[in-house]
Write a protein that binds this ligand. Structure first.
Ligand SMILES: O=C(O)[C@H]1O[C@H](OP(=O)(O)OP(=O)(O)OC[C@H]2O[C@@H](n3ccc(=O)[nH]c3=O)[C@H](O)[C@@H]2O)[C@H](O)[C@@H](O)[C@H]1O
Length: 416
């Protein structure tokens, strides 16, 4: 049967209508899929393995966030601690919680060093009521969500790619965490209402090739010797910018070689202990003309006091919702021990504590970012919040070794 033009037109119209409806439905389904699925953390750093594909959101998750951040003392703070499963992050979170502040942790649990140690720290914090959200500081939507759920008064920003020598192996990870991550955190903080006051971890390494000792905050910091140092120095400049434009209150802390229980396995005192116990030779660097390489090793409890002192004296940010209302506080403090010790002496102390002779391989300081000497002038922190380190290297290492042997269950050597 012949079809009339009218019939063909009607059929054509009905096909177009069907196609439109199906296309519309298809787009709606795609849209719903992306809108409803919980945003996962943006672990976009290609050079880093994350052991979890972290998800967040939902009523139960928000309740945990709120409960963890709830203030339990008069005039207490509500603090977001980034890098909470890290060495310093764990100690600071637990100290804040103990005194009644609300604490919420954030950590991406990356595998720069053994993540089971980070999980053990997490379990420790969990027992004292601190919840660690799994996510990356580059995940702006997660950060925004956290600030929607909790009006944090303070941010203790300790998440970072640490380690001086590793920067030659994986430079991108330093830019990702210490620069991009810091900026994404500051972006969210400046938009928050109220804006939090921010205390964050810079590093003694910013002094780089500076030879004037002891290092004072007024000394030059424009000659970094490693990419790690350069990213921390960049952080200090970025802090200046956000303070200047948005009225964020910012305090940078230049930590000097922090050590102690629950420490970082990539640091010399930690892997020296392991290698001495295993009878493995340890490389000990020496400076030019057989000079000693020395560090102003600072015990973790002293660093925690410095962190809390900085939080307690941090003034409020002056802006809100991305608008500056007036000048805000901008500070940088050295947090060191003020008594440098040669690395060879550190090894001798470990030998005595472990009752094992180290196999030493003395070698020239490699050109990998290490500097020969650090020494903090701490008078500024002393003046501002009474910072006064009280633990010498011998005492601090004794506590570290006791923890190490307990944690790793090595029964062969016993710390005195
Ligand atoms: O203050 C900081 O801001 C930094 O402190 C820490 O860096 P460093 O002071 O370099 O500590 P760490 O690696 O433990 O080496 C200690 C000493 O052992 C020497 N060292 C090291 C390795 C080795 O094989 N042999 C050796 O002699 C080495 O030459 C050095 O003299 C943090 O890791 C860093 O993240 C940052 O926070």
């Amino acid at each position: 049967m012949d079809k009339s033009p009218y019939y063909s037109r009607t059929r054509w119209h009905s096909s177009v209508a069907k196609l439109t409806i199906w296309s519309f439905l298809f787009i709606a389904v795609i849209f719903l899929f992306f809108y409803r699925s919980p945003p996962s953390s943006s672990n976009s750093d290609p050079s880093r393995r994350y052991l979890t594909s972290a998800t967040w959101g939902g009523a139960a998750w928000e309740k945990r966030v709120r409960t963890s951040a709830r203030i339990r003392s008069r005039n207490g703070f509500s603090v977001l601690v980034t890098g909470a499963a890290g060495f310093v992050g764990t100690h600071v979170s637990s100290a804040l919680k103990r005194r009644g502040d609300g604490v919420l942790g954030l950590d991406n649990f990356n595998d720069y060093y053994d993540p089971t140690l980070k999980r053990a720290r997490q379990a420790l914090l969990e027992r004292s009521g601190v919840f660690i959200v799994e996510g990356d500081i580059n995940d702006v939507s997660l950060l925004k969500k956290l600030f929607e759920v909790v009006p944090f008064t303070h941010v203790m920003h300790l998440a970072a790619q640490a380690g001086v020598r590793y920067a030659m192996k994986n430079p991108a990870s330093y830019v990702h965490s210490n620069i991009a991550g810091f900026v994404s955190l500051l972006e969210v903080c400046k938009d928050a209402n109220p804006q939090p006051a921010i205390v964050w971890a810079s590093s003694s390494s910013v002094y780089g090739l500076n030879t004037k000792v002891p290092f004072s905050e007024k000394d030059r910091t424009d000659q970094p010797a490693s990419l790690y140092a350069a990213t921390k120095k960049a952080g200090e400049e970025i802090a200046h910018t956000y303070n200047h434009i948005y009225g964020l209150s910012l305090t940078g802390l230049r930590f000097f070689t922090v050590y102690g229980p629950w420490g970082r396995p990539d640091m010399a005192y930690f892997f020296f202990t392991k290698d001495i116990l295993n009878g493995k030779t340890i490389p000990i660097f020496e400076a030019a003309n057989h000079g000693n390489v020395a560090r102003d090793f600072t015990y973790i409890d002293d660093i925690v006091k410095g962190c809390l002192g900085s939080l307690d004296t941090a003034e409020k940010s002056t802006g809100s919702g991305g608008k500056k209302k007036g000048p805000a506080q901008l500070r940088v403090f050295n947090l060191g021990n003020t008594s440098p010790v040669p690395v060879t002496d550190l090894v001798s102390i470990l030998e005595r504590l472990l009752k094992v002779k180290a196999k030493r391989n003395i070698m020239k300081l490699p050109r990998n970012g290490d500097v020969p000497y650090t020494h903090a002038n701490i008078s500024y922190a002393q003046k501002e919040f009474g910072y006064k380190p009280t633990t010498d290297l011998q005492t601090g290492l004794k506590k570290f070794v006791r923890w190490y042997l307990g944690y790793y269950g090595n029964k062969k050597a016993v710390a005195r």
